[in-house]
Write a protein that binds this ligand. Structure first.
Ligand code: UFG
Length: 322
């Protein structure tokens, strides 16, 4: 298929683009490089530097489907700059959807998030659970999900939204490289790499077994494969929503211990205050995507996820290929 991957120079987008190229698809990556890296675009994909608000040209090139990752994705930044999130994530996506409609492109796989649910009433979280996002990032992604449902009903758009929980790990040289790193595993590994003195544990007084927050870590390679299944499952006039996690929770302390084991570094940690807006426990039920699309995670062991992230961040930036 001829596919457009927006945000394909970013972490998840580049892994999906790489897997699509491996499967023999013709891939164009559209990325403005505001947070992505050109050298993360996989060999074999065409790269167009540009905004999703100006995608008409590439879409008219005979594209069969869009995989849409381009977005602002920092919860904290979204609280400080909500306008940025509404304009990039919702405004940008509406412009993309309109351009798709005009170009006759009727299929989209959208990168949504667990942040659409907000503080859960129960875990594991199911797709039918209430969506009450606690920040503009989650709210802007939820608004896109709502728009996709409307576009499916009105214009016959074939859409799948994938709601990611905590994505981690690496796929060969494709790894997490954020200019501002807020995520736990890359920050912990920075200590082992000697780029940080210590890591801060945000709160030890949560109602969890060891007092630290529990999250559901999903390997980026497993997450990426779900996009390929979603692409095949897109059906005209239907918008499907699926959670994506591994189904088990690990606390911040457990993550730290596994990182120490994998790296052999003592990784000093300090206890800091809670980070505003962090729910105590976020664990996904991914039963729906398993049942309906036959998805199954291959790398559920936290040790494997961390080991792959660790191997990925030791590869030279310039290395090409897997
Ligand atoms: N944490 C620390 N120290 C750090 C970084 C994180 O203790 O230096 C803790 C956080 O407080 C949290 C856990 O580690 O309890 C995981 O934090 P991350 O920032 O790695 O991930 P989040 O769970 O906050 O965020 C993830 C996705 C978001 C998504 C959110 C849904 O990365 O995109 O889940 O709530 F919005």
């Amino acid at each position: 298929m001829k596919l457009l991957v927006t945000g394909g120079a970013g972490y998840v987008g580049s892994v999906v683009a790489a897997q699509l190229v491996e499967e023999g698809h013709e891939v164009t990556v559209l990325d403005d490089l505001s947070t992505g890296h050109e050298d993360a675009v996989p060999d074999g994909a065409r790269f167009v530097r540009g905004s999703i608000t100006d995608a008409g040209g590439v879409l008219r090139d005979g594209v069969d489907a869009v995989l849409h990752f381009a977005a602002r994705s920092l919860v904290g930044e979204s609280v400080e700059k909500p306008g940025l999130y509404w304009s990039h994530n919702l405004g940008g996506t509406l412009a993309l959807l309109e351009a798709m409609r005009q170009a006759g492109v009727g299929r989209i796989v959208f990168s949504s998030t667990a942040a659409t649910y907000g503080e859960p009433e129960r875990t594991p979280i199911q797709e039918t659970d209430p969506t009450r996002p606690g920040n503009p990032y989650g709210a802007s992604k939820l608004a896109v999900d709502t728009a996709l449902t409307a576009f499916a009903g009105l214009y016959g758009l074939a859409a799948v939204s994938l709601r990611y929980f905590n994505v981690a790990g690496a796929y060969g040289r494709y790894r997490e490289r954020h200019a501002v790193e807020t995520h736990l595993i890359p920050n912990v590994l920075k200590v082992a790499l000697g780029e940080r003195e210590s890591v801060s544990v945000f709160g030890t007084d949560y109602p969890t077994p060891d007092g630290t927050c529990v999250r559901d870590y999903i390997h980026v390679a497993d997450l990426a494969r779900a996009h390929l299944l979603a692409l095949d499952a897109c059906a005209e006039g239907v918008h499907r929503i699926y959670n994506l996690g591994s189904g088990s929770g690990f606390s911040v302390k457990e993550v730290l211990d596994v990182c120490r084991e994998v790296t052999g570094h003592p990784i000093p940690a300090e206890v800091g205050p809670r980070r505003p807006g962090d729910p105590a426990v976020l664990v996904a039920s991914s039963e729906k995507i398993k049942r309906e699309l036959g998805w199954k995670p291959d790398h559920t062991a936290l040790h494997t996820i961390v080991a792959d992230a660790w191997a990925g961040c030791q590869k030279p930036e310039s290395e090409r290929g897997l």
